[in-house]
Design a protein around this ligand. Structure first.
Ligand SMILES: Nc1ncnc2c1ncn2[C@@H]1O[C@H](COP(=O)(O)OP(=O)(O)O)[C@@H](O)[C@H]1O
Ligand SMILES: [Mg+2]
Length: 326
Protein backbone atom coordinates (compact mmCIF):
# COMPACT_ATOMS: atom_id res chain seq x y z
CA UNK A 1 0.00 0.00 0.00
CA UNK A 2 1.17 3.50 -0.75
CA UNK A 3 1.24 6.12 1.99
CA UNK A 4 -0.15 8.86 -0.22
CA UNK A 5 -1.65 8.58 -3.68
CA UNK A 6 -2.91 11.64 -5.51
CA UNK A 7 -4.72 11.43 -8.85
CA UNK A 8 -5.59 14.38 -11.07
CA UNK A 9 -6.27 16.47 -8.02
CA UNK A 10 -7.50 20.02 -8.45
CA UNK A 11 -8.77 22.80 -6.22
CA UNK A 12 -10.42 26.03 -7.25
CA UNK A 13 -11.26 28.85 -4.83
CA UNK A 14 -14.08 31.18 -5.73
CA UNK A 15 -13.70 34.70 -4.44
CA UNK A 16 -15.56 37.93 -5.03
CA UNK A 17 -13.83 41.23 -5.57
CA UNK A 18 -15.08 44.81 -5.55
CA UNK A 19 -17.72 46.31 -3.25
CA UNK A 20 -20.13 47.97 -5.65
CA UNK A 21 -19.90 45.85 -8.73
CA UNK A 22 -19.10 42.47 -7.29
CA UNK A 23 -17.33 40.18 -9.68
CA UNK A 24 -16.64 36.54 -9.09
CA UNK A 25 -13.17 35.32 -9.63
CA UNK A 26 -11.94 31.75 -9.65
CA UNK A 27 -8.45 31.02 -8.41
CA UNK A 28 -6.94 27.72 -9.45
CA UNK A 29 -4.86 26.76 -6.43
CA UNK A 30 -4.11 23.23 -7.64
CA UNK A 31 -4.34 21.74 -11.09
CA UNK A 32 -4.03 18.10 -12.11
CA UNK A 33 -1.71 16.96 -9.33
CA UNK A 34 -0.42 13.39 -9.54
CA UNK A 35 1.87 12.05 -6.87
CA UNK A 36 2.71 8.90 -4.94
CA UNK A 37 4.53 8.80 -1.62
CA UNK A 38 5.76 5.47 -0.27
CA UNK A 39 5.48 4.37 3.36
CA UNK A 40 8.43 5.56 5.43
CA UNK A 41 9.38 8.28 3.01
CA UNK A 42 10.31 11.79 4.03
CA UNK A 43 8.84 13.66 1.12
CA UNK A 44 9.25 17.36 0.44
CA UNK A 45 6.93 19.71 -1.39
CA UNK A 46 8.92 22.71 -2.44
CA UNK A 47 7.53 25.87 -3.94
CA UNK A 48 7.22 29.65 -3.68
CA UNK A 49 4.47 31.46 -1.77
CA UNK A 50 1.08 30.89 -3.31
CA UNK A 51 2.19 27.74 -5.12
CA UNK A 52 -0.52 25.63 -3.50
CA UNK A 53 1.48 23.81 -0.80
CA UNK A 54 -0.89 24.56 2.08
CA UNK A 55 -3.94 23.80 -0.06
CA UNK A 56 -2.55 20.37 -0.95
CA UNK A 57 -1.54 19.64 2.64
CA UNK A 58 -5.00 20.60 3.89
CA UNK A 59 -6.72 18.37 1.34
CA UNK A 60 -4.50 15.42 2.26
CA UNK A 61 -5.13 15.94 5.94
CA UNK A 62 -8.90 15.93 5.30
CA UNK A 63 -9.64 19.50 6.38
CA UNK A 64 -10.31 20.85 2.87
CA UNK A 65 -12.26 19.29 0.02
CA UNK A 66 -10.75 18.97 -3.45
CA UNK A 67 -12.66 20.39 -6.44
CA UNK A 68 -11.65 17.54 -8.74
CA UNK A 69 -9.68 14.34 -8.77
CA UNK A 70 -9.00 12.21 -5.73
CA UNK A 71 -6.45 11.43 -3.06
CA UNK A 72 -5.83 8.51 -0.76
CA UNK A 73 -3.79 8.42 2.42
CA UNK A 74 -2.96 4.94 3.78
CA UNK A 75 -5.37 3.53 1.22
CA UNK A 76 -8.26 5.64 2.52
CA UNK A 77 -10.05 8.28 0.52
CA UNK A 78 -9.52 11.77 1.98
CA UNK A 79 -13.14 12.73 1.28
CA UNK A 80 -15.13 9.56 1.95
CA UNK A 81 -13.07 7.88 4.67
CA UNK A 82 -12.24 10.86 6.89
CA UNK A 83 -13.54 9.22 10.04
CA UNK A 84 -11.28 6.20 9.66
CA UNK A 85 -8.37 8.21 8.34
CA UNK A 86 -8.13 11.05 10.84
CA UNK A 87 -6.93 8.94 13.79
CA UNK A 88 -4.08 7.64 11.61
CA UNK A 89 -2.63 10.99 10.55
CA UNK A 90 -1.09 13.98 12.27
CA UNK A 91 -0.88 17.52 11.01
CA UNK A 92 1.17 20.50 12.03
CA UNK A 93 0.22 23.82 10.51
CA UNK A 94 2.42 25.76 12.86
CA UNK A 95 2.29 29.39 13.80
CA UNK A 96 0.79 30.75 16.97
CA UNK A 97 -2.65 29.19 16.76
CA UNK A 98 -3.83 25.87 18.08
CA UNK A 99 -2.11 25.91 21.47
CA UNK A 100 -3.51 26.91 24.85
CA UNK A 101 -1.23 29.60 26.15
CA UNK A 102 -2.35 29.44 29.75
CA UNK A 103 -1.72 25.74 29.98
CA UNK A 104 1.68 24.12 30.33
CA UNK A 105 3.25 22.31 27.41
CA UNK A 106 2.50 19.00 29.06
CA UNK A 107 -1.15 19.89 29.68
CA UNK A 108 -1.51 21.01 26.08
CA UNK A 109 -0.45 17.59 24.85
CA UNK A 110 -2.66 15.90 27.45
CA UNK A 111 -5.58 17.97 26.18
CA UNK A 112 -5.07 16.78 22.62
CA UNK A 113 -4.49 13.21 23.78
CA UNK A 114 -7.92 13.33 25.44
CA UNK A 115 -9.41 14.90 22.32
CA UNK A 116 -8.04 12.04 20.23
CA UNK A 117 -9.37 9.53 22.76
CA UNK A 118 -5.90 8.16 23.50
CA UNK A 119 -6.40 5.76 26.42
CA UNK A 120 -4.97 7.18 29.70
CA UNK A 121 -2.60 4.24 30.20
CA UNK A 122 -1.16 4.91 26.74
CA UNK A 123 -0.89 8.69 27.05
CA UNK A 124 0.77 8.39 30.48
CA UNK A 125 3.72 6.76 28.76
CA UNK A 126 3.54 8.53 25.40
CA UNK A 127 3.44 12.13 26.55
CA UNK A 128 6.82 12.06 28.37
CA UNK A 129 8.30 10.27 25.35
CA UNK A 130 7.04 12.96 22.99
CA UNK A 131 8.29 15.77 25.23
CA UNK A 132 11.64 14.03 25.24
CA UNK A 133 11.64 13.56 21.46
CA UNK A 134 11.14 17.28 20.82
CA UNK A 135 13.45 18.33 23.65
CA UNK A 136 10.89 20.04 25.88
CA UNK A 137 11.08 17.81 28.96
CA UNK A 138 12.74 20.42 31.16
CA UNK A 139 10.27 23.17 30.28
CA UNK A 140 7.19 20.96 30.00
CA UNK A 141 5.49 22.27 33.13
CA UNK A 142 5.81 25.96 32.28
CA UNK A 143 2.99 27.86 30.66
CA UNK A 144 3.15 28.00 26.88
CA UNK A 145 2.83 31.81 26.91
CA UNK A 146 6.45 31.96 28.05
CA UNK A 147 7.72 29.68 25.29
CA UNK A 148 9.91 30.91 22.43
CA UNK A 149 8.68 30.46 18.90
CA UNK A 150 10.90 27.44 18.43
CA UNK A 151 9.55 25.81 21.59
CA UNK A 152 5.97 26.40 20.47
CA UNK A 153 6.76 24.82 17.14
CA UNK A 154 8.26 21.79 18.89
CA UNK A 155 5.14 21.53 21.00
CA UNK A 156 3.04 21.67 17.83
CA UNK A 157 4.99 18.68 16.54
CA UNK A 158 4.58 16.74 19.79
CA UNK A 159 0.87 17.53 19.59
CA UNK A 160 0.75 16.29 15.99
CA UNK A 161 2.22 12.97 17.18
CA UNK A 162 -0.06 12.42 20.14
CA UNK A 163 -2.21 9.86 18.35
CA UNK A 164 0.92 8.04 17.10
CA UNK A 165 0.03 8.70 13.44
CA UNK A 166 1.49 6.75 10.54
CA UNK A 167 1.66 9.81 8.32
CA UNK A 168 2.58 13.27 9.52
CA UNK A 169 1.92 16.45 7.54
CA UNK A 170 4.17 19.40 8.30
CA UNK A 171 3.39 22.70 6.61
CA UNK A 172 6.49 24.93 6.60
CA UNK A 173 7.54 23.72 10.05
CA UNK A 174 10.59 25.95 10.41
CA UNK A 175 9.15 29.20 9.09
CA UNK A 176 10.01 32.16 11.27
CA UNK A 177 12.42 30.23 13.47
CA UNK A 178 15.94 31.35 14.22
CA UNK A 179 18.65 29.20 12.59
CA UNK A 180 19.42 27.21 15.72
CA UNK A 181 15.79 26.44 16.52
CA UNK A 182 15.23 25.51 12.87
CA UNK A 183 18.18 23.14 12.95
CA UNK A 184 16.91 21.49 16.14
CA UNK A 185 13.52 21.06 14.58
CA UNK A 186 15.00 19.49 11.46
CA UNK A 187 16.80 16.98 13.70
CA UNK A 188 13.45 16.12 15.31
CA UNK A 189 11.89 15.62 11.87
CA UNK A 190 14.70 13.28 10.82
CA UNK A 191 14.38 11.32 14.06
CA UNK A 192 10.62 10.87 13.57
CA UNK A 193 11.27 9.58 10.07
CA UNK A 194 13.89 7.16 11.42
CA UNK A 195 11.26 5.85 13.79
CA UNK A 196 9.15 4.90 10.79
CA UNK A 197 6.80 7.83 10.25
CA UNK A 198 5.96 8.83 6.70
CA UNK A 199 6.47 12.57 6.57
CA UNK A 200 5.02 14.98 4.04
CA UNK A 201 6.70 18.31 4.50
CA UNK A 202 6.27 21.60 2.69
CA UNK A 203 8.94 24.23 2.56
CA UNK A 204 10.16 27.11 0.53
CA UNK A 205 13.69 26.62 1.78
CA UNK A 206 15.76 24.71 -0.74
CA UNK A 207 18.50 23.72 1.69
CA UNK A 208 15.94 22.35 4.13
CA UNK A 209 14.43 20.01 1.56
CA UNK A 210 17.92 19.14 0.34
CA UNK A 211 19.03 18.23 3.84
CA UNK A 212 15.92 16.33 4.92
CA UNK A 213 14.03 14.79 2.08
CA UNK A 214 14.50 11.62 0.10
CA UNK A 215 12.38 12.94 -2.73
CA UNK A 216 11.02 16.33 -3.60
CA UNK A 217 8.21 17.66 -5.75
CA UNK A 218 8.57 21.19 -6.97
CA UNK A 219 5.22 22.90 -7.21
CA UNK A 220 4.62 26.24 -8.87
CA UNK A 221 1.33 28.01 -9.59
CA UNK A 222 -0.66 24.93 -8.60
CA UNK A 223 1.20 22.50 -10.83
CA UNK A 224 3.97 20.03 -10.21
CA UNK A 225 7.00 21.08 -12.18
CA UNK A 226 9.21 18.14 -11.22
CA UNK A 227 9.43 15.13 -8.89
CA UNK A 228 12.85 13.72 -8.12
CA UNK A 229 15.55 13.21 -5.52
CA UNK A 230 17.28 16.39 -4.36
CA UNK A 231 20.55 15.16 -5.87
CA UNK A 232 18.95 14.42 -9.25
CA UNK A 233 17.39 17.84 -9.07
CA UNK A 234 20.84 19.32 -8.51
CA UNK A 235 22.22 17.30 -11.43
CA UNK A 236 20.06 19.47 -13.65
CA UNK A 237 22.54 22.22 -12.99
CA UNK A 238 25.65 20.11 -12.47
CA UNK A 239 27.19 21.53 -15.62
CA UNK A 240 26.86 25.00 -14.25
CA UNK A 241 29.44 26.33 -11.92
CA UNK A 242 28.44 29.39 -10.03
CA UNK A 243 30.74 32.38 -9.81
CA UNK A 244 29.84 34.85 -7.10
CA UNK A 245 31.24 38.33 -7.47
CA UNK A 246 30.86 41.00 -4.83
CA UNK A 247 31.27 44.51 -6.10
CA UNK A 248 29.97 48.07 -5.91
CA UNK A 249 28.16 50.28 -8.41
CA UNK A 250 27.56 47.79 -11.16
CA UNK A 251 26.37 49.69 -14.24
CA UNK A 252 23.37 48.40 -16.19
CA UNK A 253 25.65 48.22 -19.25
CA UNK A 254 28.15 45.96 -17.49
CA UNK A 255 25.33 43.74 -16.28
CA UNK A 256 23.90 43.50 -19.80
CA UNK A 257 27.32 42.61 -21.24
CA UNK A 258 27.75 39.94 -18.60
CA UNK A 259 24.35 38.45 -19.40
CA UNK A 260 25.18 38.47 -23.11
CA UNK A 261 28.48 36.65 -22.57
CA UNK A 262 28.42 33.32 -24.46
CA UNK A 263 29.52 31.31 -21.43
CA UNK A 264 27.00 32.82 -19.05
CA UNK A 265 23.73 30.98 -18.51
CA UNK A 266 22.20 33.45 -16.10
CA UNK A 267 23.07 36.32 -13.80
CA UNK A 268 21.14 37.28 -10.71
CA UNK A 269 21.97 40.30 -8.60
CA UNK A 270 21.26 41.04 -4.97
CA UNK A 271 21.76 44.41 -3.36
CA UNK A 272 22.81 44.78 0.22
CA UNK A 273 23.95 48.02 1.81
CA UNK A 274 25.26 49.61 -1.35
CA UNK A 275 27.17 46.49 -2.40
CA UNK A 276 26.03 44.05 -5.04
CA UNK A 277 26.42 40.34 -5.13
CA UNK A 278 26.31 38.82 -8.61
CA UNK A 279 25.56 35.14 -8.98
CA UNK A 280 26.75 34.03 -12.39
CA UNK A 281 25.78 30.56 -13.55
CA UNK A 282 28.37 29.58 -16.09
CA UNK A 283 29.80 26.35 -17.50
CA UNK A 284 33.55 26.45 -17.04
CA UNK A 285 33.07 29.51 -14.88
CA UNK A 286 36.51 29.41 -13.33
CA UNK A 287 38.33 30.02 -16.62
CA UNK A 288 36.05 32.92 -17.39
CA UNK A 289 36.69 34.82 -14.17
CA UNK A 290 39.31 37.19 -15.66
CA UNK A 291 36.86 38.08 -18.44
CA UNK A 292 34.02 38.64 -16.01
CA UNK A 293 36.20 40.94 -13.93
CA UNK A 294 37.22 42.85 -17.06
CA UNK A 295 33.57 43.36 -18.00
CA UNK A 296 32.95 44.68 -14.49
CA UNK A 297 35.82 47.17 -14.75
CA UNK A 298 34.94 50.28 -12.79
CA UNK A 299 32.61 48.34 -10.47
CA UNK A 300 35.08 47.88 -7.61
CA UNK A 301 35.20 44.10 -7.52
CA UNK A 302 35.79 43.11 -3.88
CA UNK A 303 35.48 39.37 -3.77
CA UNK A 304 35.22 36.50 -6.24
CA UNK A 305 34.36 32.94 -5.29
CA UNK A 306 33.19 29.88 -7.16
CA UNK A 307 30.89 27.25 -5.77
CA UNK A 308 28.97 24.14 -6.72
CA UNK A 309 25.34 24.67 -7.68
CA UNK A 310 22.82 24.23 -4.89
CA UNK A 311 19.23 23.09 -4.96
CA UNK A 312 18.39 26.79 -5.03
CA UNK A 313 20.24 27.18 -8.33
CA UNK A 314 18.30 24.24 -9.73
CA UNK A 315 15.10 25.90 -8.56
CA UNK A 316 16.02 29.18 -10.28
CA UNK A 317 16.79 27.31 -13.46
CA UNK A 318 13.48 25.48 -13.29
CA UNK A 319 11.13 28.25 -12.24
CA UNK A 320 13.00 31.47 -12.90
CA UNK A 321 14.22 34.07 -10.49
CA UNK A 322 10.75 35.51 -9.78
CA UNK A 323 9.77 32.32 -7.98
CA UNK A 324 12.43 32.94 -5.35
CA UNK A 325 11.41 36.48 -4.53
CA UNK A 326 7.70 35.99 -4.29
N1 LIG B 1 -9.41 30.16 1.31
C1 LIG B 1 -8.95 30.66 0.16
N2 LIG B 1 -9.71 31.47 -0.60
C2 LIG B 1 -9.26 31.97 -1.77
N3 LIG B 1 -8.05 31.72 -2.27
C3 LIG B 1 -7.22 30.91 -1.57
C4 LIG B 1 -7.64 30.35 -0.32
N4 LIG B 1 -6.61 29.59 0.15
C5 LIG B 1 -5.62 29.68 -0.76
N5 LIG B 1 -5.98 30.48 -1.80
C6 LIG B 1 -5.17 30.79 -2.99
O1 LIG B 1 -4.68 29.58 -3.53
C7 LIG B 1 -3.34 29.73 -3.95
C8 LIG B 1 -2.46 28.74 -3.23
O2 LIG B 1 -2.37 29.09 -1.87
P1 LIG B 1 -1.59 28.23 -0.79
O3 LIG B 1 -2.00 26.81 -0.91
O4 LIG B 1 -1.79 28.88 0.53
O5 LIG B 1 -0.08 28.38 -1.26
P2 LIG B 1 1.30 28.13 -0.45
O6 LIG B 1 0.96 27.39 0.80
O7 LIG B 1 2.15 27.38 -1.41
O8 LIG B 1 1.87 29.49 -0.18
C9 LIG B 1 -2.98 31.18 -3.72
O9 LIG B 1 -3.22 31.88 -4.91
C10 LIG B 1 -3.95 31.60 -2.65
O10 LIG B 1 -4.19 32.97 -2.72
MG1 LIG C 1 1.42 27.82 2.76
Amino acid sequence: MTAIKIENLGRIFSTTTGTIRRTRKDITALENINLVVEPGELFGLLGPNGAGKTTLTRILSTVLLPSSGRAEVLGMDVVRDTKKLRPRIGMVFGGERGLYWRLSGRDNIQYFADLYLVPPEVSRKRIPELLDLVGLTERADERVEGYSRGMKQKLHIARGLVNDPDVLFLDEPTIGLDPIAARELRAVILEMNKRGKTIFLTSHYMYEVDELCQRVAVVNKGKIALIDTPSAFKTMVADLEVVEIECREVSPEALARLRAHPRVASVTMENHEGAQSLQIQSPGGVESIPEFVRILEGSQVQKVITRQPTLEDAYVKLLGREALNS
